[in-house]
Design a protein around this ligand. Structure first.
Ligand code: FAD
Ligand code: NAD
Length: 464
């Protein structure tokens, strides 16, 4: 096949890679994007989007099921609700398909050349791609490595048979009767909650002494309470030993005898690993940061002209971080003066209730040496939350005591994911408590919790 030469070659069409390629194309850079699978990467095909689709389907079914039990104070009655997982999966696949086409269309409009196949480095300026039509050699001035991540396996519990990763969990033909989730982090609890709402008996096995150890205990408490209400059993401080008789999972809790937890499926969600194998990393010998590719504040690797973005470069492994890096790198390669100067990267956990965290928690802020003001407003005192039948959770602001500049904002509550934008904006813009307190927040909305938390930290809350 004829060799291709370009200004920019992007490897991987996940949110990092496709955003980088689209922005580069918009800036007039001659750009090639290589992807072995479908455009959109983990996020669009087996991650963010399909998981949120399944969570929504589960929420809807659960709501109707609760009403059918005669537990609705709203005067609604329903009988015999039923759920067909294969239909919900087909609906989810439709959304994924629409977005795949959307990304392809955007790449085309930006005049990005897409090569389908697996890329392997020959050297820092040359990559070969195994395509259906043969080997395509691409020579480039700049390369962006955006190869993403893959699900981590436990050596004594490899994927296969009843042991599944999140990708298989999103494509099941039927709801498992008993689902054991290993790892009570993001994926385990998002999907575990969804399957609990669809009727599975869920057991979560978490090695640490509490679920979602990434977030502070105050934020995760309402999630733990809700999981209990949903009948989810949580075994914390518990080690997994392997598979036992009849595919039961052997676990050992603190000071307890080993026990077998019966399972139809075992979903292993113990983190993700950067995808650094099989594409010739050894040929370019980049400096590493543990398992991740080491980058600087411009996403430059240790080799000139070779950049890396997204999950392959480290935590937090989030789609919006990958996208922001991709956009920045395209501009840098186009000659713009850019560097990573973000104050905070928001994190949203789509559990029930949802968790949002932007910037520093009170403990983080104190550990960083700040004298802080903290304001907490409970949704129990928020009219909108009551009208939505969900007044669990709160909004919390953390600010410097001396000048009131916001250091962090967190919330836990039903639907609070949508508050993440105003939290991020406030922190990124260096807002002070007084700016939030002086901004009219529409009534009745959950966002009034943000206003009230700021007022509370200033000692002048109205509604609490
Ligand atoms: P990826 O999306 O992993 O894309 C990398 C792409 O590179 C893949 O398509 C792969 O096929 C391709 N590739 C790799 N090597 C080669 C090669 N040699 N040649 C050609 N192509 C190659 N994040 C959030 O922010 N919010 C969420 O709600 C969220 N939910 C998630 C739910 C689940 C179940 C999972 C698994 C992840 C979730 N994430 C979420 C994380 C998010 O998906 C990742 O952070 C994001 O996809 C990383 O983007 P990326 O571009 O770095 O890599
Ligand atoms: P995670 O890091 O969120 O959680 C892994 C959990 O497994 C941790 O609580 C850890 O203590 C536990 N664990 C590790 N080894 C264990 C073992 N041997 N036995 C029992 N427990 C064990 O990882 P994840 O849930 O696999 O998600 C991977 C990444 O994907 C996340 O870190 C996040 O970056 C991304 N993600 C984000 C979202 C979102 O933004 N809403 C959703 C899903 C995934």
């Amino acid at each position: 096949m004829k060799e291709i030469s370009c200004k920019l070659l992007v490897i991987g069409a996940g949110p990092g890679g496709y955003t980088c390629a689209i922005r580069a194309g918009q800036l007039g850079l001659d750009t090639v994007l290589v992807e072995a699978r479908k455009p959109g990467g983990t996020c669009l095909n087996v991650g963010c989007i399909p998981s949120k689709a399944l969570i929504h389907a589960a929420d809807e079914f659960h709501k109707v099921s609760e009403i059918a039990k005669g537990e609705s104070p709203l005067g609604i009655s329903v009988s015999n609700p039923a759920f067909d997982l294969s239909k919900a999966v087909a609906w989810k696949d439709g959304i994924v398909g629409r977005l795949n086409s959307g990304v392809s269309g955007l790449l085309k409009r930006a005049k990005v050349k897409v090569v389908e196949g697996w890329a392997v480095f020959r050297d820092g300026k040359t990559v070969q791609v195994e395509t259906e039509l043969g080997t395509q050699v691409i020579r480039t001035e700049n390369v962006v490595i955006a190869t993403g991540s893959t699900a981590a396996q436990l050596p004594f519990l490899p994927f296969g048979g009843p042991v599944i990763s999140s990708s298989e969990a999103l494509d099941l033909a039927e709801v498992p009767g008993k689902l054991v989730v290993v790892g009570g982090g993001y994926i385990g609890l998002e999907l575990g909650t969804a399957f609990a709402k669809l009727g599975s008996k869920i057991t979560v096995v978490e090695a640490q002494d509490r679920i979602l150890p990434l977030y502070d205990a105050e934020l995760t408490r309402p999630v733990a309470k809700r999981l209990k209400e949903l009948g989810v059993e949580i075994l914390t401080g518990t080690a997994v030993k392997g598979l036992g008789k009849d595919d039961a999972l052997l676990v050992e809790g603190p000071g307890a005898e080993p026990q077998a937890v019966a399972a139809d499926r075992i979903l292993v969600t113990v983190g993700r690993r950067p995808a650094t194998e099989g594409w010739g990393l050894e040929a370019i010998d980049l400096d590493m940061d543990g398992r991740f590719i080491r980058i600087d504040d411009r996403c430059r690797t240790s080799m000139r002209g070779v950049y890396a973005i997204g999950d392959v470069t480290g935590e937090p492994m989030l789609a919006h971080r990958a996208m922001a890096q991709g956009e920045m790198v395209a501009e840098i390669i186009a000659g713009h003066r850019r560097a990573w100067d973000k104050v905070a990267i928001p994190a949203v956990c789509f559990t029930d209730p949802e968790i949002v965290a932007v910037g520093l928690s009170p403990d983080d802020a104190k550990a960083a040496g700040y004298d802080v003001k903290v304001g907490v407003f409970p949704f129990q005192a928020n009219g909108r939350a009551m009208t939505l039948e969900r007044d669990d959770g709160f909004v919390r602001v953390v600010a410097r005591a001396d000048n009131h500049v916001l250091l962090g904002i967190q919330a836990v509550g039903a639907g609070v994911a949508e508050l993440s934008a105003s939290f991020s904006l406030a922190v990124e813009m260096g807002s002070r408590l007084d700016d939030i307190a002086g901004t009219i927040h529409a009534h009745p909305t959950q966002s009034e919790g943000f206003l009230e938390a700021a007022l509370k930290s200033l000692g002048r809350a109205i509604h609490v």
